[in-house]
Design a protein around this ligand. Sequence first.
Ligand SMILES: C[S@@+](CC[C@H](N)C(=O)[O-])C[C@H]1O[C@@H](n2cnc3c(N)ncnc32)[C@H](O)[C@@H]1O
Length: 215
Amino acid sequence: MPPAERPEHYFSTAPQGRSQRRTVTLALPDLRVDLATDRGVFAGDAVDVGTRLLLLEAPMPEPAWGGRALDLGCGYGPIAVALGRRLPQATVVAVDVNERARALCAENAAQAGATNVQVHAPADVPAGMTFDAIYSNPPIRIGKAALHELLLHWLERLNPGGYAVLVVHKHLGSDSLQRWLGERGGRVERLGSRLGYRLLVVHPNPSPDHPEEAP
Ligand SMILES: C[S@@+](CC[C@H](N)C(=O)[O-])C[C@H]1O[C@@H](n2cnc3c(N)ncnc32)[C@H](O)[C@@H]1O
């Protein structure tokens, strides 16, 4: 298929398709926000079911938590905005390769009053920056090898006692991903399985003082 006719992936760095903005609503028991979306970004027509499940069921720190959280693959920002609003003392770093998604995420965070959200291209995150938590609906469709490389890169930046929560559909390889993560050491829990999605909580380096520390 010639490039012009090839359907664009949601993980294009610079989507070429014509912009067609719209608004979707992220509705959670504690938070309801309208988010701007566009063509060329993931789940542009409605908040993804897996993303919503993560926001409903993933462990969250107390509202006064002052740590640094990463939204890996932020898209237009449903996870980053929810984290920013739920954890106003935290710093939320949102990264995505897709520049249209990053612009929407920054706009949505500002519109929602989540002033603690910083949006970056992955390469622009300072090399020494580490995280206490990662929340992600990861880009499974980039392929297994690229996904593994991506996860290793960011999991290495978790502080001792830090954790990552990933939502993955079982038809997109959640069980093999769980096995692979387990083989890397640390501890991997499967928190739940609903609507075909699995929530995986990864503790790559449990803190020696609190090896069973819950997020
Ligand atoms: C499944 S989507 C989730 C988007 C958003 N968090 C949501 O829940 O709607 C995964 C996102 O990861 C992004 N992505 C792909 N490769 C990436 C990479 N190497 N680094 C960071 N983000 C990446 C994609 O552009 C996409 O926006």
